[in-house]
Design a protein around this ligand. Structure first.
Ligand code: SF4
Length: 288
């Protein structure tokens, strides 16, 4: 079986920066607190925990010291609590998430109801919500009822949503006849490039593997997109989760990974897949 790796996959710049800042901070502090898991990847969380990064869920749990804000950002309330407690902040909020927070604040100042196309439970969306007083989060058509009675909407999008979903939801909003719509494209190019190369590859192979945390929004989005184009798509966290019987009958396999999946997880998966399928190194190719 030939094994192909997606042209663009694995750590994005925002995640790389957060991990680098965590490592750097741990060289000068014995303990650093991370507000929520630094990334949606358990192996990386465990490795950094061994070096002193403690994952906590609320500012209340931090007695003193240094707190790392992960790439998803923190809510405004959490930031106030951190300031009030006099904690040192190491801010690893991705620049694109910061941009989104700023846009949300500006739309609010300009009198728009802020509409976020995204998953309300996701920490990035939670961190944006506090930047405007009047916000609605739209996950799908069933949430459109939240928008009735407002004339002026400022529409933005969670960074890792797909362009197709953003466009579809905007089209649905347009049909509702609001008097003014301001639409700002806040999608992440890194996430889009991963989606595009995953779709391109999955269309060319018999079986497709998407590697990454089960809670990772961008990995779930990759798996969802690949499933639309290849019904033999599997979302796995690592090699151990592979059911080898799924390989039966496949002559080609594609591998991609979310923005929070480390290279070593990807490389181990590709190498072992090649080994069990009798492929040789020359057959591990980029799927560009
Ligand atoms: S996926 Fe994009 S927005 Fe999210 S952390 Fe990475 S670079 Fe930033």
């Amino acid at each position: 079986m030939k094994v192909y790796l997606a042209e663009k996959c694995g750590f994005c710049l925002g995640v790389k920066n957060a991990i680098m800042l965590a490592r750097e901070t741990l060289t000068r502090r014995q303990v650093v607190y991370s507000l929520g898991p630094i990334i949606h990847n358990q192996q990386v969380v465990d490795e950094l925990a061994g070096a002193g990064l403690k994952t906590i869920q609320s500012v209340e749990q931090i007695p003193s010291g240094t707190v790392l804000i992960r790439s998803h950002g923190a809510t405004r309330r959490q930031l106030h609590e951190i300031k009030d407690k006099g904690l040192e902040i190491v801010d690893a909020t991705c620049v694109l998430v910061k941009r989104l927070q700023k846009i949300s604040h500006e739309l609010n100042e300009q009198g728009y109801k802020v509409v976020i196309i995204g998953d309300e439970e996701h920490p990035e969306v939670q961190a944006i919500i506090g930047y405007a007083d009047n916000v609605a989060v739209i996950g799908s058509e069933k949430d459109l009822g939240k928008l009735s009675g407002h004339g002026k909407l400022g529409v933005i999008c969670q960074t890792t949503q797909s362009p197709d979903h953003f466009a579809h939801m905007v089209a649905e909003i347009v049909k509702k006849g609001f008097t003014e719509l301001k639409i700002i494209n806040t999608l992440c190019r890194e996430a889009i490039k991963r989606q595009e190369s995953a779709v391109k590859l999955c269309e060319q192979v018999d079986i497709m593997f998407v590697l990454g945390g089960l809670n990772s929004a961008n990995t779930k989005k990759l798996a969802e997109l690949c499933r639309k184009h290849n019904n033999k798509t599997f979302h796995l966290q690592n090699w151990e989760e592979l059911d080898k019987s799924s390989l039966r009958g496949a002559a080609t396999a594609g591998v991609t990974a979310g923005a929070s999946t480390p290279d070593w997880v990807i490389n181990e998966f590709v190498d072992r897949l090649r080994a069990v399928s009798g492929d040789d190194r020359n057959n591990v190719e980029s799927g560009d």
